[in-house]
Design a protein around this ligand. Structure first.
Ligand code: PEP
Ligand code: MG
Length: 535
């Protein structure tokens, strides 16, 4: 048995076979080959396998998202294009090189050709050619990307992007272990949202773990590779105790979230996709305190339409009945990048063109989202929340756009309700001027993940700064305290939706500040309810 140590970011014990995800090598080696017909046969087999994979993927994704599934159809069509596949074969023969090298070189040529075309749709196809090439290279080099394709597995990787994590289906994943990462990166947040045991910064993790059986302990941050009998028995006992705890917490369903002296705290759940709503309901969340709406924009080549967004918002609102659903408008930026927006790479994306800054400039995108939100408001209890606010002007501009959207809907006789508008307090600026902001918005929610990084000038993604990056730092807590005082003076409410909302070490401090609402990952709702009822 080998024991690896990391940092637990989502509690729970899991046992399973590891599927190590390797990314496609950006550069492949140029290998000289002499047997050209066998190399061409190898290529054709890889093309066949890629088509099968894409057909499977299309089928799987179609079940939840028809539009996103279309991309896999486009990829299959490209693999049937005789010009493209013929050029790869020609490259092998003319240059006497291995198939993977020929794939990459041919793909680069096609991608460049497409990028240079005047039509934006054709330009976007360049990314598809690269995707297909990487898939073929992975197959040819047996470096396969095979998440969740072989039953239920524990996913291991050097790193995972938020969109990769979001693309896994919950039922196929028993746990996640990552070599890098940070606890407030969106990959860790997604693991908590899906309530999957997860460990980051796993020292010594590499692809030799692939296919091995492990036990992972999310609360201790430990990975036991090929566990011995004693360790297996201890872990099984721990898993048993955890399920007893879960059963105990389940008995709190339907109970009020009140402190011992009778103060009611609103206890909501954070979600990132429409599928997360079921876990929120199962865990008896009293509403959705943060819907990270940007996840619908991440893993796709085109922007979602008004109708598509509307259907998702409406289904969430309808499922959770009349409980509040706080939709945070598009918060693209930093580790959440959306290729469909076509934004250039930035040196310093956390401080860059992101979130509300994008929305106030790309008003077409913002308006489409707002239109969908207002249309869905007729079917539930919807709130709008603006991310990354640093000034009153941003709120005023955003509200003016909302006014336009409402006028348009009225002129088309489309029904909508009045929707409360709030903001995230995730920049020190927003906390400092919360006295002014509370005159122009209806509610606030503290995004402690970003507020901590911006207050302490410590990148939330950088594991080297994990000692410095602490929400318990007095500077961060005082900013929240100031905001709470200012906001309550204006008679408005303040919640917390960053990861700190579920932190037992901070609960008392938050209650003393008079925080009105806490929004946490679904798996934490009942645990927080228990703590509040004992406070
Ligand atoms: C936060 O910053 O605390 C927050 C809730 O938003 P996100 O984690 O999505 O940046
Ligand atoms: Mg944030």
């Amino acid at each position: 048995m080998t024991e690896l140590k990391g940092k637990g970011v989502c509690q729970g014990v899991a046992r399973g076979e590891v599927c190590y995800i390797k990314k496609a090598a950006a550069e492949v080696e140029r290998k000289r080959i002499y047997d050209i017909p066998s190399e061409a046969a190898k290529l054709n087999m890889a093309i066949e396998k890629a088509r099968e994979q894409l057909k499977e993927l299309e089928k799987k994704v179609k079940k939840s998202d028809k539009n996103s599934a279309m991309i896999f159809d486009v990829h299959q069509m490209m693999l049937y294009d005789p010009d493209f596949t013929g050029d790869i074969e020609k490259y092998i023969a003319e240059n006497e090189v291995c198939a993977e090298y020929a794939v990459m070189q041919t793909a680069k040529k096609y991608a460049k050709m497409l990028e240079d075309m005047p039509n934006p749709y054709m330009q976007e196809r360049a990314g598809d050619v690269t995707d297909i090439a990487e898939r073929l290279v992975n197959i040819l080099t047996e470096n396969e990307y095979k998440p969740a394709m072989h039953g239920r597995v524990i996913i291991a990787a050097d790193d995972l992007s938020p969109s990769e994590t979001a693309s896994f289906s919950r039922e196929n994943i028993l746990g996640i272990i990552i070599k890098n990462g940070s606890s407030t990166s969106h990959t860790s947040i997604l693991a908590r949202t899906m309530d999957i045991p997860a460990i980051i910064n796993v020292d010594g993790l590499d692809n030799s773990i692939d296919g091995k059986t492990v036990f992972i302990d999310g609360s201790e941050g430990k990975v036991y590779v090929e566990p011995d009998e004693v360790t297996s028995a201890v872990m099984e006992k721990k898993a048993q105790l955890e399920s007893i705890k879960k059963e105990r917490l389940m008995r709190l369903k339907g109970k009020e979230t009140v402190t011992r002296d009778g103060r009611k705290i609103e206890l909501y759940a954070n979600i990132s996709t429409a599928a997360d709503i079921d876990a929120a309901i199962l865990n008896d969340a009293e509403g959705i305190g943060l819907f990270r709406s940007e996840f619908m924009y991440l893993d796709r080549k085109t922007l979602p339409t008004d109708d598509e967004l509307f259907e998702v918002y409406k289904s969430i609102a309808a499922k959770i009945k009349d409980k509040p659903v706080i939709i945070r408008t598009l918060d693209i930026g930093a580790d959440k990048q959306a290729p469909s927006l076509g934004l250039p790479k930035e040196e310093n994306p956390a401080l860059g063109f992101r979130a509300i800054r994008i929305c106030l400039e790309r008003t077409d995108i913002f308006k489409t989202q707002l239109r969908a939100i207002y249309r869905a408001s007729a079917y539930g209890n919807i709130y709008i929340m603006l991310p990354m606010i640093t000034s009153e002007v941003e709120v005023i501009q955003a509200k003016a756009i909302m006014l336009d959207v409402r006028d348009e809907l009225r002129s088309e006789s489309i029904e909508f309700k009045e929707v409360p508008v709030g903001i995230m307090v995730e920049t020190p600026a927003a906390a400092v001027i919360s006295d002014k902001l509370s005159k122009i918005v209806d509610f606030f929610s503290v995004g402690t993940n970003d507020l901590t990084q911006y207050t302490l000038a410590a990148d939330r993604q950088n594991p080297k700064l994990s000692n410095l990056y602490s929400v318990e730092n007095e500077a961060v807590l005082r900013l929240i305290e100031t905001a709470a005082e200012n906001i309550h003076k204006e008679g408005k409410w303040i919640g917390i939706c960053g990861e700190a909302a579920a932190d037992p070490r901070l609960l008392k401090r938050f209650l003393d500040m008079g925080i009105d609402e806490l929004s946490v990952s679904s798996g934490y709702v009942l645990g927080v309810r228990e703590m509040i009822r004992m406070s």
